[in-house]
Design a protein around this ligand. Structure first.
Ligand code: FES
Ligand code: FES
Length: 387
């Protein structure tokens, strides 16, 4: 008789900072952050409701932002900083919220409360004194079966009343896009701030650079349409997505977008599903998209950021884009290869051509994933013309 033994599950080491403490553990690829927190660290204040990213009960702060820990893999969070509800024990703002939740009957069974409090703290810290309607909008990702939300909203209103924001909304620019610092440095705070684009900031070199271990691709693409039209088109996320080969949006919830990006590299086909945050700065006509996605087929994840800025260029527009990314999992070996760099460059160029077509009322090319032949051609062309 043959005895079939179960295939051993591969374990991978993950290192995190949780509530200020460095933590290392071996985890299975499928372990999500909430299970890791609850079962490995016994931090059971993080509750699990739907385990599908819907109810918000599992919300923790991941690298400074609220995140549903049931849809984040522990492996993807390697190197990140996590604060659970237990990590706010000595936090004055959280103490004020806890007191207000009690005073305003903001909880009954308490199941949603840890996630509600983590989200509420972010609302107050990020936005300061906000009207009820905005609080309700911001809380829309946290479900409560008991209270009817009235007490929860009243508690948050009571705490945020008269407060100024204590932390910046997502920074528009980071060190991965050197133009940021140089442009911001040229912006005085008063009258000249009305015409920030009049200054001629120094521009970062185009091409690939490695910063903090991540490739960053900077490109400047000239479009024949006006900066006003480009800026307006970039505000339409569905339109923008239709211009990005292989991309699709599932939901848009304020600044948060969920969707999928399909990529085909010869025999390798990946579909990264995930969530991102989109911010825009009207004054500097620049924006930022950051997000993470996972391909369940290859157990690979991508984490990326795109910064863009719209500049006038003669009668047309110069669209400046800096893309940075980090691949983990089985596809990580391709992360810095020329093929992936060519993919990023080709995505950008296809996107720009499609955006211009969209603005001019033409139909963008079909939004299908880029194939390996297009990439190989891009590589050959880059070598031939040293681009
Ligand atoms: S348990 Fe994570 S969103 Fe519901
Ligand atoms: S207090 Fe029971 S689910 Fe919110």
């Amino acid at each position: 008789m043959t005895v079939v033994l179960p295939t051993p599950v591969s374990l991978t080491q993950v290192t995190l900072t949780v509530n200020g403490r460095a933590v290392q553990a071996l985890v299975e690829p499928r372990t999500h952050l909430a299970d890791f927190l609850r079962e490995h660290l016994h931090l059971t204040g993080t509750h699990l409701g739907c385990e599908q990213g819907v109810c918000g009960a599992c919300t923790v702060v991941l690298d400074g932002k609220p995140q549903r820990s049931c849809i984040a893999y522990a492996l993807d969070c390697d190197g990140s900083t996590v604060t659970t509800i237990e990590g706010f024990d000595d936090d004055a703002l959280m103490e004020a919220l806890r007191t207000a939740f009690s005073a305003h009957h903001g909880l009954q069974c308490g199941f949603c409360t840890p996630g509600m409090l983590v989200t509420a703290r972010d609302i107050v810290a990020r936005l300061g004194d906000v009207p009820e309607a905005r609080i309700r909008e911001e809380l829309s990702g946290n479900l409560c079966r008991c209270t009817g939300y009235v007490g929860i909203v009243a508690a948050i209103r009571a705490v945020c009343a008269g407060r100024l924001p204590t932390k910046a909304i997502a920074p528009m620019r980071t060190s991965t896009m050197p133009v940021a610092a140089s442009q911001q440095a040229t912006l005085p705070s008063t009258a000249a701030a009305q015409t920030p684009r009049a200054a001629a900031p120094s521009k970062p070199p185009t091409g690939i650079a490695i910063a903090d271990g991540r490739p960053t691709l900077t490109e400047r693409i000239t479009l024949t349409v006006s900066p006003d039209a480009v800026w307006a088109a970039l505000a339409d996320l569905h339109g923008v997505t239709s211009c990005l080969p292989g991309a699709e949006i599932t939901t848009i919830d304020g600044e948060t977008v969920t969707g999928r990006l399909r990529v085909a590299l010869g025999p390798i086909r990946a579909a990264f599903a995930g969530q991102g945050t989109v911010t825009r700065d009207e004054a500097t006509r620049s924006g930022r998209l950051s997000g993470r996605g996972r391909d369940t087929g290859s157990f690979s994840s991508v984490e990326g950021e795109a910064h863009y800025a719209v500049h006038p260029a003669g009668a047309g527009t110069e669209l400046e884009v800096a893309l940075s990314w980090r691949l983990t999992g089985s596809l990580a070996q391709f992360g810095r290869t020329e093929l992936v760099q060519a993919l990023a460059r080709q995505l950008l160029r296809s996107f720009s051509a499609n955006l211009e077509a969209l603005i001019q009322g033409r139909t963008p090319a079909a939004a299908r994933p880029l194939g390996v032949f297009a990439l190989l051609w891009a590589l050959i062309r880059a070598r031939l013309f040293r681009r």
